[in-house]
Design a binder for this molecule. Structure first.
Ligand code: WTA
Length: 635
């Protein structure tokens, strides 16, 4: 069916129109022709954004791993499914074929079953970027367990919060992880976490660094010996279309992370269909997404989307700067990567290095360059386009979110003419709307507003784990009958979208979403701190960096400020992780507040960005005098 692979702009418009006019027929046809169903659906879609309740392919039965692995075995059994490129370039890369992947997933699935994991149970995964991570996701899906991956850069407290929120009984981790020249004691972090997680009865440990670790009797077991004794085949659990596939946490505007729940059939259809089109993947291409599987980009576009298409997907364990800043380009050359998908923060960091790092490598295999996670600025776009793409690999600037499951606004390469800093057009089936602050939809072009989606798409998250009211409140209350993304966007004169950034209390630092509330909560734990407020300010490489305003208690006022700054960042590292550390900390006697006691972050943001001239009317504040003090002492 040509619908599955869009090849020119006219076809895009044609298919887009169909997907909007007859969404059920459209998605029904995609689902019908490209996936393996144990039972077909009774109903393509039922939805209600009031409740909210969204169901795709209701009545259908399937297993996502049959779609990602088993059905490829006949034609692609010996094809490489996963290329693993280790942190250390001296260590040999691994090529895992679809047949081997099938065996390894089945073995781990059987181990999980032996450990008592059943359909619907939650399994926490805290692993570095090694093949066992992809295999662990798929092994859970094989037996109908719900995986909850926690990024292995999160701290022990953050891990514990997520384990407890989803009530996981089993955790898969490793002895340690490599990151450039460092190795990290992952198991030590896990041990600390589990002191607060009485529900976890079993920990399966992958051997990676051979570090000496503590194995707790009765709880911890090495995974390898269990795998060696496990059966090589495992009958897939038959799942209903709307059975949960995974939980993945994202930051919100309150302290508690939101466990976004994705379900089986819609997520499969959407990630597979977007992958095929956004990367124009063709058989025998090598595709590489540099994200960590701890984030949604890795779930959808390292694991599920590529494997559902029988693709070869590369996993890289290391970092772009090790052993030097040429590492990404060396990998592209070594594995002849055709599609490369990364984040603007990485592009900016690499663009700052000597150009020889890029020019010393043969990048001629590249056909498509992707960007995700934050707005890409003009300079970075051009560097990516000119130096890496040699002006003949289109850039797909893909806008989407953990909540959307898959790409929502994006060019289709070789189809949609690109424009720097624009994510361009809605993907097939996606119906965006820009809203003004009064809740009116802004029609026509050359408008700017809050980015909403008016109609369901198969990949959307269905709820927040254990808190449906928060799901409704966060995404479906600001604008009735619409999904609200939390982002602002503009639509230019030809209908292209440009994402302007978050309009809520989430700050994107190096492509990672950080809520201000959890960071403030962490800082406020410091005994000398009375109150704090965090805002973002522009940063060359990270996109945004964090600026903290901190009020000290009287007892803390005489303390050395640099020591306090270090201690505050230490607390943040313990509670969240090093990614949330503050670049600047200003001590102040007060924070600008409205008469109802709300902190005026807009003013703080402007001061931190040194945009002092138009702070707006400060006279209605409860404490206007504090604004002057803050301005005078800005860092
Ligand atoms: C931001 C990552 C501009 C946006 C897939 C969104 C982007 C948040 C882009 C979601 C882009 C993502 N241009 N901004 N191409 N892609 N964002 O949940 O603010 O980690 O709301 O999902 O990243 O981040 P998340």
């Amino acid at each position: 069916m040509s619908n599955y692979h869009i090849k020119h702009l006219e076809e895009y418009y044609q298919v887009y129109r169909k997907s909007v006019r007859e969404p059920e027929n459209f998605w029904g046809e995609v689902a019908e022709e490209h996936f393996l169903w144990r039972k077909k659906w009774d109903n393509v879609l039922s939805w209600d954004f009031e409740k909210p309740e969204i169901k795709w392919f209701e009545g259908a039965q399937l297993n996502i791993t049959e779609n990602c692995i088993d059905r490829h075995l006949l034609a692609r059994g010996e094809k490489t499914a996963i290329i693993f490129e280790p942190n250390n370039p001296e260590e040999e890369a691994q090529h895992i074929t679809y047949r081997q992947l099938h065996e390894r997933v089945c073995q781990l699935a059987n181990v999980l079953k032996d450990q008592g994991v059943k359909k619907g149970d939650r399994v926490s995964i805290y692993l570095p970027m090694i093949p066992e991570l992809s295999i662990a996701l798929l092994a859970c899906a094989r037996i109908g367990a719900i995986h909850s991956v926690v990024f292995a850069g999160f701290s022990s407290t953050a891990l514990a919060t997520r384990i407890n929120d989803s009530d996981c009984k089993l955790l898969i981790t490793s002895d340690g992880s490599y990151r450039g020249s460092k190795s990290i004691d992952l198991k030590g972090i896990v041990d600390e976490s589990l002191e607060d997680c009485p529900g976890v009865k079993t920990v399966l440990v992958v051997k990676r660094t051979n570090a000496k670790i503590n194995m707790k009797e009765g709880r911890d077991q090495w995974l390898q010996p269990l795998l060696e004794n496990a059966y090589l085949d495992c009958v897939p659990e038959i799942m209903n279309a709307e059975d949960p596939l995974f939980i993945l946490y994202t930051s919100g505007s309150t302290g508690k992370p939101k466990g976004m729940v994705h379900t089986t059939a819609g997520y499969l259809v959407y990630t597979a269909y977007t992958f095929k089109n956004v990367f124009q993947y063709t058989e025998n291409d090598v595709y590489w997404c540099t994200a960590d599987i701890g984030w949604v980009t890795g779930h959808s576009y390292i694991v599920y989307g590529p494997l559902a298409n029988g693709a070869t997907t590369l996993m890289f364990e290391g970092v772009p700067s090790y052993p030097d800043f040429g590492r990404f380009w060396e990998i592209v050359e070594k594995h002849k990567v055709n599609q490369f998908y990364t984040a603007p923060t990485a592009i900016r960091a690499l663009a700052k290095q000597n150009i020889a790092f890029a020019e010393n490598h043969d990048l001629s295999s590249l056909k498509v360059l992707g960007s995700v996670g934050e707005p890409i600025n003009e300079e970075a776009w051009h560097w990516y386009n000119d130096i890496i793409g040699k002006k003949n690999s289109p850039i797909v600037d893909t806008w989407w979110q953990t909540e959307t499951g898959g790409i929502m606004i994006t060019p289709i390469p070789y189809v949609t003419p690109t424009k720097p800093t624009y994510a361009t057009l809605p993907f097939i089936g996606v119906q965006p709307a820009l809203m003004d602050e009064q809740g009116k939809e802004l029609k026509g072009n050359q408008v700017e507003g809050r980015l909403c989606i008016k109609f369901p798409w198969p990949g959307m998250a269905r709820t927040i784990w254990g808190d449906h009211a928060r799901y409704k409140d966060t995404y479906f209350s600001a604008f009735p009958n619409k999904y609200f993304s939390g982002d602002g966007a503009l639509r230019d004169e030809v209908g292209y979208y440009r994402i302007t950034g978050r309009v809520d209390d989430v700050i994107i630092v190096s492509g990672h979403n950080l809520g201000t509330a959890p960071i403030e909560d962490a800082i406020n734990e410091h005994p000398a701190v009375a109150e704090s407020a965090i805002v973002g300010f522009p940063h060359d490489i990270k996109g945004n960096a964090l600026y903290g305003y901190v009020i000290l208690k009287e007892t803390g006022e005489s303390r050395n400020h640099d020591n306090l700054r270090n201690e505050i960042n230490q607390i943040i590292t313990e509670h969240i992780g090093p990614i949330a550390k503050l670049d600047k900390i200003q001590f102040t006697s007060g924070l600008p507040k409205t008469r109802s006691g709300k902190i005026m972050r807009r003013i703080l943001r402007k001061i931190a960005s040194r945009d002092m001239n138009n702070l707006g009317d400060t006279s209605t504040l409860l404490n206007p005098e504090v604004v002057e003090e803050i301005k005078d002492n800005v860092l």
